[in-house]
Design a protein around this ligand. Structure first.
Ligand code: ATR
Length: 298
């Protein structure tokens, strides 16, 4: 991995506003690199730090946000759901998704927000893709899938969610503010939806170190006309991406979703729009510099 000094060029003084991420573990987070690069580019007197917060100390850490005068906090695994009862209020998106990835510090209140849905919508928009009226197939029913399904329902897509544990997909579908079809993730169901226009991998299958696995079985052709959005970004070119490309489909690099959800948090904290290209390059460098892939759109 290329060593990157993400704090290079940051001058921390008594006036510097601090933001950060609470996670456990947190050492592999790409967020410090992304946010610090964006602060630097806009010459904002902000800095972003990783905080390793063990699960049993989350409430202490959340109480400290106001005491320390922090400007904003991200939450990652395993805190996104556990943090909810510790907050004063939730935004509509956080309530619907059932998870918080961003804390907004307002006067004396801590508001829980979720930028994953808005980040996903911006990812599609930046690829020039409008899911309205199209058949969207979401693989997985965990936290990431909830945000994606919520975003797609709001965009007017026709959504099908398939999961290894179908009961989880059914619970997800029932909790959404629009009609969502749920089923089991297997060859039969995937064959039934081979006309999907959009496929989103929101499972963890294909993620390092199990890089040779894919959530799509070899015996079912990938829909050649579809756009694939694989939320796995390490590695950037997953087994599923290679499979989709060999079928002639298009794809959006999974790192964009991470960047756009981060950009949404950044905007809400600072009131400024960060440069997503700079955030993308910083995250990519942190992953070892696999190069800036955009979309292989036709
Ligand atoms: P996140 O919050 O990041 O979405 P999660 O809640 O742990 O993480 O969800 C992981 C998703 O990947 C789930 O949909 C999980 O399926 P189950 O609900 O059946 O556990 C899915 N997943 C993980 N490993 C899988 C595998 N080997 N095959 C198929 N799906 C898998």
């Amino acid at each position: 991995m290329t060593p990157v000094n993400t704090f290079e060029g940051l001058h921390i003084t008594g006036a510097t506003k601090l933001a950060g991420v609470f996670g456990w573990p947190v050492e592999h987070s790409l967020s410090p690199a992304m946010h610090n690069a964006a602060f630097r580019a806009l010459k904002l007197d902000w800095a972003y730090l990783p905080f390793a917060v063990p699960p049993e100390r989350l409430s202490e850490a959340v109480r400290a946000v106001r005491a320390l005068g922090l400007g904003g906090i991200n939450l990652t695994v395993p805190h996104k759901e556990k943090v909810i009862p510790l907050l004063n209020d939730l935004t509509e998106d956080a309530r619907a998704i059932g998870a918080v990835n961003t804390l907004l510090v307002r006067q004396d209140a801590l508001i829980g927000h979720n930028t994953d849905a808005a980040g996903f919508n911006r990812t599609l928009r930046s690829a020039g893709y409008d899911p309205a009226g199209k058949l969207a197939l979401v693989l997985g029913a965990g936290g990431a899938a909830r945000a994606v399904v919520y975003a797609l329902v709001q965009s007017g897509a026709d959504v099908v969610v398939l999961n290894r544990t179908p009961q989880r997909a059914e619970v997800l579908a029932r909790s959404m503010p629009g009609h969502v079809t749920a089923g089991v993730l297997d060859s039969t169901m995937l064959s039934m939806y081979s006309c999907a226009a959009l496929v989103v991998n929101a499972t963890s299958v294909g993620m390092w170190p199990a890089v040779d696995s894919a959530p799509w079985p070899d015996d079912v052709p990938f829909p050649y006309n579809a756009l694939l959005c694989d939320l796995v970004y390490n590695p950037r070119r997953t087994c599923l991406v290679r499979w989709a490309l060999s079928a002639g489909a298009r794809y959006i690099d999974g790192l964009w979703m991470l960047v756009y959800q981060g950009a949404e948090s950044f905007r809400m904290w600072t009131g400024q729009e960060p440069d997503v290209g700079i955030m993308f390059s910083a995250a990519d460098q942190q992953l070892g510099g696999q190069g800036v892939a955009t979309f292989n759109g036709r």
